[in-house]
Design a protein around this ligand. Structure first.
Ligand code: PLP
Length: 410
């Protein structure tokens, strides 16, 4: 089981401020946007800057060797974490960069009339790169119809899959409705038409055990900052045979082995051929520390804890007749809702005045407006350091929902 009080001692955002922010009890419920960082992660970042600063893959001196070893050990950690080979794990600046690298790769094989399958739930980072690529190649984007709960079902997926499908790019857990997608089945179906499956793992990898081999994923992308790691670091996993065909989006730095004045050049082996320029070395070390931290707690415990928080939140908020919950059914640690007749950003601002921090608006997923009855919503998202007490506070303050507008115009 998770001991929230003990965990909070590892997080300076709680520990160094007596659990307060601007004099109020800190109730941070925007973990889908980014998470707090424990000392262990901050120490790993500091270790690079304080003890082993030097560039990687360039220096022939012992200090550079230390940095090389630390950087590659971080990659080993990532590879083991998702059950991949090290050569298949590319460090990126984050999920968005990974998706852009893959969509750029798609330029090399997409043709007029080919189809890219997305859903209405996808984040801008998994939509806009495809809009761009579809425009250049004349490929067509197809959206999986969602069922009445906003879920992607196998049957609905089948309805858009065809021999023209070349790419399927979906979040296993989306950032608003967050119904887990039956990824394994969808991957199998995708492969049956010889298409490539890309898993946007931004909201899934921080919360559940991942095994890219078991899922048979072609690509997986995720960000460190949503799993207790630093900002500016992420991972692009790809099957080796695909990464080998992938043209780098960026060129320069130590990703080449040689180049000549006649314009010819050769590239490094994987994974380095896809990491141009000086990398976020401290970020990689921080990400490795975040993986250690999460694995020490254990994903079974994390999932159990988040399930408990979500269950309590649904139970309490359901009692409030002024609240519409959009995704009460499953265990994902994201709760999306609205207060009837109140603009979602007003709800968030009101809650903020009570020290409760939630996200509001359209959350970078502007296509979901086709599905939700309201364009905007409020999102509370939980993580390991949230307590049942946080949920109770959220619910307590939402009880006065009908007073929100009055509160603003007083
Ligand atoms: C589902 C999903 N995909 C992609 C992203 C983009 O992640 P990042 O901003 O870390 O690149 C997010 C961020 O919220 C997300 O929720």
């Amino acid at each position: 089981m998770i001991d929230v009080e003990k965990i909070r001692k590892d997080f300076p955002m709680y520990n160094e401020h007596q659990g307060l922010f601007q004099g109020k009890k800190l109730i941070y419920l925007d973990n889908s946007a980014t998470t707090f960082k424990p000392y262990q992660v901050i120490d790993a970042i500091n270790h690079y800057y304080k003890d082993i600063t030097s560039n990687v893959r360039r220096g022939d001196y012992s200090l550079a060797h230390e940095a090389d070893v630390a950087y590659e050990n971080a990659r080993k950690k990532v590879a083991k974490f998702i059950n991949a080979d090290e050569s298949e794990c590319i460090f990126t600046s984050g999920d968005t960069m990974g998706l852009n690298m893959i969509s750029y790769f798609a330029l090399s094989f997409l043709n007029d009339g080919d189809e890219i399958v997305l859903s209405y739930e996808e984040h801008a980072s998994n939509v806009l790169p495809w809009f761009k690529i579809a425009k250049i190649t004349n490929a067509k984007i197809k959206y999986i119809p969602l069922d009445e709960h906003g879920k992607i079902t196998v049957e609905n997926f089948k309805s858009v899959l065809s021999s023209k499908t070349k790419i399927v790019s979906l979040a296993t857990v989306s950032n608003i409705l967050a119904h887990p997608v039956p990824t394994k089945e969808l991957v199998k179906l995708t492969h049956s038409v010889n298409a490539i499956y890309i898993d946007d793992g931004a909201q899934a990898v921080p919360h559940m055990k991942y095994d890219v081999k078991d899922l048979d994923l072609d690509f997986l992308v995720f960000s460190g900052h949503k799993m207790l790691g630093p900002t500016g670091i992420g991972v692009l996993y790809g099957k080796r045979e695909l990464l080998e065909k992938m043209d780098p989006l960026f060129f320069g730095g130590e990703m080449n082995t040689r180049f000549k004045k006649d314009g010819s050049f050769s590239l490094e082996e994987l994974p380095w051929r896809l990491e141009a320029g000086t990398q976020n070395i401290a970020g990689a070390l921080g990400l490795a520390a975040s993986i250690d931290y999460l694995e020490n707690i254990g994903f079974d415990n994390i999932e159990r804890h988040e399930k408990e928080l979500k269950k309590r939140a649904v139970e309490l908020l359901k009692e409030n007749k002024n609240i519409i919950i959009y995704n009460p059914e499953d265990d994902s640690p994201i709760l999306s809702f609205n207060v009837k007749d109140v603009f979602s950003q007003d709800v968030a601002t009101y809650l903020s005045s009570k020290g409760i921090f939630v996200r509001s608006g359209n959350h970078c997923s502007k296509l979901i407006n086709n599905v939700l009855s309201d364009e905007m919503s409020v999102r509370a998202s939980f993580y390991i350091y949230n307590s049942l007490d946080d949920v109770d506070e959220l619910s307590k303050h939402l009880e006065h929902a009908e007073d929100f507008l009055d509160a603003f115009f007083l």
